[in-house]
Design a protein around this ligand. Structure first.
Ligand SMILES: NC(=O)c1ccc[n+]([C@@H]2O[C@H](COP(=O)([O-])OP(=O)(O)OC[C@H]3O[C@@H](n4cnc5c(N)ncnc54)[C@H](OP(=O)(O)O)[C@@H]3O)[C@@H](O)[C@H]2O)c1
Length: 304
């Protein structure tokens, strides 16, 4: 199916306004999906990050569990995969494995430009498209605002020409939020990717409300603070009230808290383990915490 037809079908799907995505395996429960504000297209709320874990090079043994992560992700209704030329061989590994699994086109593939200068940016983005084996990129983001003025001009041009479907900016630390806010306010972006978790909540002060007001989709990166949150809860049981609310693991506790924020479109936990992928996907299935439950979850996390 060509990209235009794929896009038309996605838009039609969005108009149906159902906030669930049917997983590939018909018997699995549906995954929460959120509309991308710019178009209404639905995006499953649990995505997949590829930093470090997918930098496996050509080693077959190292690639084997990653193939299973992608298979589990896709079969469970996952669609959004995030990469970057900064992540070593991750783009190539994702592209190769998705080609083997024949899932490159149905995925929502996001990557980044992470270099300086117009020509170098164009060269890097062309390479990413080849490595990820897509006809056009679903989402191209300026990584950590590197040479953002230059790349934003290129990306606006590429979007107008249909080479990318959405454009965005990313960052991962609160020290950059003032600069992120400045660029977000220019109104040029469909997506903001920013760190947001129970351990890193600062973006909910200004950036998340601003994104919501400006109708910009939000991707929450570092949802487990790069794994540090699991070290914090090691050896500690989930509270009974969380289990009663349908939370079966700490990963689900952390992710359900993130995706139930009204500004968040999806979270992108990174994992190289299929069983963790399944656990993370389960966080995208209901029920979800309401504001008072989110408050209780945050207070409990702070007490640990
Ligand atoms: N500036 C930027 O644009 C930027 C910056 C940072 C991150 N990102 C994006 O955000 C993604 C996520 O951030 P991150 O990878 O740094 O960190 P993260 O997702 O917060 O944490 C990843 C760690 O959590 C572990 N994990 C995942 N699922 C688990 C589960 N169910 N149970 C127990 N442990 C689990 C992983 O280990 P296992 O492999 O063993 O599961 C890994 O060590 C990145 O991969 C990248 O795509 C973007």
């Amino acid at each position: 199916m060509d990209c235009e037809r794929r896009h038309a079908l996605r838009t039609l799907g969005a108009l149906a306004a159902a906030l669930v995505v049917k997983p590939a395996a018909a018997q699995s429960p549906a995954l929460l999906a959120r509309p991308i504000p710019a178009t209404g297209e639905l995006l499953p709320a649990i995505g997949l990050g590829t930093w470090q874990v997918f930098d496996a090079g050509g080693d077959a043994a190292a690639r084997a569990p990653l193939r299973e992560v992608l298979r589990t992700f896709f079969a469970g209704g996952g669609r959004m995969v995030d990469s970057s030329p900064m992540y070593g061989a991750s783009e190539s590994v994702v592209g190769d494995l998705c080609a083997e699994l024949a899932i490159c086109e149905p995925l929502f593939v996001a990557t980044k430009v992470w270099t300086s200068g117009r020509d170098e940016g164009v060269r890097q983005m062309e390479t990413s498209i080849k490595r990820l084996r897509v006809e056009k990129m679903d989402l191209m983001q300026v990584h950590n605002l590197v040479d953002v003025a230059t790349h934003t001009r290129t990306l606006a041009d590429w979007k107008a020409k249909g080479r990318v479907r959405y454009i965005g900016i990313t960052h991962y630390t609160s020290s950059a939020y003032a600069e992120v806010e400045k660029w977000l306010k220019t109104g040029q972006y469909d997506f903001l990717q920013i760190n947001y978790s129970l351990a890193e909540r600062e973006s909910e002060q200004r950036l998340l409300p601003l994104a919501r007001e400006r109708k910009v989709a939000v991707i929450a990166n570092r949802p487990f603070a790069e794994g540090a949150m699991f070290r914090r809860v090691r050896g500690k049981s989930l509270p009974e009230w969380a289990k009663e609310a349908g939370i079966a693991s700490w990963a689900q506790y952390f992710l359900k808290w993130i995706v139930s924020h009204p500004a968040v479109t999806c979270a992108i936990p990174g994992t190289g383990r299929p069983e963790h992928m399944a656990d993370n996907l389960a966080a995208g299935m209901g029920p979800f915490p309401d504001p008072s439950m989110r408050k209780r979850m945050a207070e409990h996390f702070d007490s640990l």
